[in-house]
Each structure stands twice: as structure tokens, then as C-alpha cells.
Design a protein around this ligand. Structure first.
Ligand SMILES: *Cc1c(COP(=O)(O)O)cnc(C)c1O
Length: 354
């Protein structure tokens, strides 16, 4: 841990916390009093500051807006019954952030800015961490290119920021999803594994069209055959079969290496489940449904932890599930929640104290 990180801290004169109803916190709507900002220039990070949350002043020729060098992360902090604050697996997000940075030809952010900066920022806005069950403080670190010049080349200057948003319980409705056969989110050799802004911009139309047909999200497939399953919106996907759990593997770089995905795999293995990370073909899932071997389908991600799938459609073929089916996913969710609530031991060192 680098103690010497020089962060200039400017605090607000008056907190806006009292204006916020902590019993009604829609996801990503309210932000805390402060933010962290750092600048990259001349090959190094400088001007690390914690300051009042405020708009940015940007030049219209800003490289990120025109050419898309922009990446982000999503992490959660919690407060335990005794009031101690902790962050869930922030080092995994740091690692992934820097993999995204490398792929997008951006500089890495060092641990002492990403982790220590995050820790200090949360310390300043500690009162904002909701203490109630299922509530959390959502942490959004992000970086974008700030060169002011039209010309397609990697920017030489960047900004790194962290903003914080208190969030209430996120109990997503069980999802209706359909296998996407027209659009593609990611290809081998592309940027699917990076949490870069453009991936989301490119996915919105598919989701909008699916919504017009009565679905919540699409299940992305490979670009060539539209048969190999990838992930659902901003979530990884799991299929519970009769005697095993399968989830698409990471090796071709088309899916996001979810921290929740990894936590779920770990918990499933602790429970003695047989988990297979490998390519998953849509025909295998349909065949398993026809024989009654497909028990559950669920998505995983930081926002929801686990989201149940109620309907999975492949063309005209619909696979339906209901509350009584969601056994394994409910147990995994219970265990993950219990680890965060410190009711189960944190054997994997997932909780990082602030
Ligand atoms: C962020 C994200 C996920 C989930 O990752 P977590 O680390 O579990 O939050 C899955 N898929 C995509 C495309 C994502 O952007």
C-alpha cells in the first residue's frame, strides 16, 4: 500500500446528503458530495484530487467524444452492522480496468490511484454508504481521452475519475430474453472483453428492438453462426443443467470477465456443483430443455448480483421458468449475500476494508 499518495482534498461546504431520501434510491441517479479526478500527461499521472462533485468543462474537439477511448468499471461498497465500510473485490476490477485500458491503447491506472484514491474518496463520503440490507454505494471509476485535436490516433492525455452513487435494493424482475440472431456485440479479436463505452452504444438498438417484441434483453451470440452463446446485456449467463452448471468460457475474448461471474463459479464449486466454463451452443440448451434437463437460466453482474430468467426464446421456441425452478440460483445468491453481510466467513478475501 502506497501511503505517500499525494491527494489534494477540497470538501464541500454543505453536504447534500440531507436532501436525499435514502429509502428511495433508483440505480445511478444520485451522486455523493465528492469525486476523485486525476490527469495523465507527459507519460504520467498527476493532479490527483478529491473535490466537490461538479460538471466537467470539455473542449468540443475532445478525443473521447469523437474516437471513443473511454472505459469504466462498476464496483460496490457496503457498511456492516457495526458501521464498518468495505468494498467487494476492488482489486479484480482494477485488474480488469487495466486490461480494458491496454486494449483501448490507453495508459494503465496505478493501484495507488485506483484503490487508494477510491478508499480515500469513500472515506470522505462515508456517510453516504447506506447501512440497510441490500443497499450499497455503487462506485464508478472511469477514464477517457482528453486530447483536443481531430485526428485518429491514441490520445496523449487522459482523465481518470471516480464518482459514487448510493443505491437501494435492486430486485430486477425476472428477465424475458431472446437469442440475438441479427446483431453482434463482440467478435474474436475485437473489444468484447473490455468495459469500453462503445460496446454499450453498439448494443442499445438490439435491446430496443427486443423490447418492442416484449423482451427485456438479448442473449448475444457469436458473429459467424449466431449459435454460440455469449452474455445477456450487461450480465454474464449461466445455465443449470441436470447434473452440472455451464457458462460460456472467456478464452476467445468476446465476453466480459465478470467479477460476479467469478464469485458465482467459486460459490457453486464450494457447494459441490460441477461447473463447466466452455463454449455453449444454443442447440445444446434447446435440446436440454426438450428433455427436461435445463433447470434454470440466470444472469450475473454487480448491479443485480443474480437476475433470474423467466423466458428464453430462440426464434419461435420459448423456454419458460418460474419461481419454483430458481433453486440453485437462489442458494448462490443467498450465500453471496451472506458473505457480504458477514454471516458466512470471507474465505476468499473478497471484502476490502476501508
Ligand atoms: C460489467 C459487465 C458484466 C458484469 O461484470 P461484473 O464484474 O460481474 O459486474 C457482464 N457483462 C458486461 C458486458 C458488462 O459490461
Amino acid at each position: 500500500m502506497v501511503a505517500a499518495l499525494d491527494i489534494q482534498v477540497t470538501k464541500v461546504e454543505r453536504s447534500k446528503l440531507s436532501e436525499i431520501n435514502l429509502d428511495n434510491l433508483p440505480f445511478g441517479k444520485y451522486f455523493t458530495d465528492h469525486m476523485l479526478e486525476a490527469e495523465y500527461e507527459n507519460g504520467k499521472w498527476t493532479n490527483v484530487e478529491i473535490k466537490p462533485y461538479q460538471p466537467l468543462l470539455l473542449d468540443p474537439s475532445l478525443a473521447a467524444i469523437h474516437y471513443g477511448q473511454s472505459i469504466f468499471e462498476g464496483i460496490k461498497a457496503y457498511k456492516d452492522a457495526a458501521g464498518n465500510a468495505f468494498i467487494f473485490r476492488p482489486y479484480d476490477n482494477l485488474k480488469r480496468f487495466n486490461l480494458s485500458a491496454l486494449r483501448m491503447n490507453m495508459p494503465e491506472v496505478p493501484e495507488e490511484i485506483f484503490i487508494e484514491g477510491m478508499r480515500r474518496l469513500i472515506e470522505v463520503d462515508k456517510e453516504w454508504i447506506p447501512g440497510k440490507k441490500e443497499h450499497s454505494l455503487y462506485i464508478r471509476p472511469f477514464m477517457f481521452a482528453t486530447d483536443c485535436m481531430l485526428g485518429v490516433r491514441p490520445s496523449t492525455t487522459y482523465k481518470f475519475l471516480i464518482i459514487l452513487s448510493p443505491t437501494g435494493p435492486y430486485f430486477p424482475r425476472p428477465m424475458k430474453i431472446r437469442v440475438e440472431e441479427k446483431y453482434t456485440r463482440a467478435v474474436k479479436g475485437g473489444v468484447g472483453f473490455a468495459k469500453n463505452a462503445g460496446n454499450y452504444g453498439g448494443s442499445l438498438l438490439a435491446a430496443t428492438e427486443a423490447q418492442a417484441e416484449g423482451y427485456d434483453q438479448v442473449l448475444w451470440t457469436d458473429a459467424v453462426e449466431h449459435k454460440w452463446l455469449q452474455e445477456v446485456g450487461m450480465m454474464n449467463v449461466f445455465f443449470v443443467l441436470k447434473d452440472k452448471v455451464v457458462t460460456p468460457s472467456l478464452e476467445d475474448g468476446t465476453i466480459l470477465n465478470g467479477v460476479t461471474r467469478n464469485s458465482v463459479i467459486t460459490v457453486l464449486k464450494d457447494m459441490g456443483a460441477d461447473v463447466e466454463e466452455r463454449p455453449v451452443h444454443v442447440n445444446e440448451i434447446v435440446a436440454a430443455h426438450k428433455t427436461g434437463e435445463l433447470k434454470e437460466v440466470f444472469g450475473t453482474g454487480t448491479a443485480a448480483t443474480i437476475a433470474y430468467v423467466e423466458t428464453l426464446a430462440y426464434g419461435k421456441y420459448e423456454m419458460n421458468f418460474s419461481e419454483k425452478d430458481w433453486e440453485l440460483s437462489t442458494e448462490v445468491k443467498r450465500r453471496l449475500t451472506a458473505i457480504r453481510d458477514k454471516e458466512l466467513p470471507d474465505t476468499n478475501n473478497w471484502l476490502f476494508n476501508i
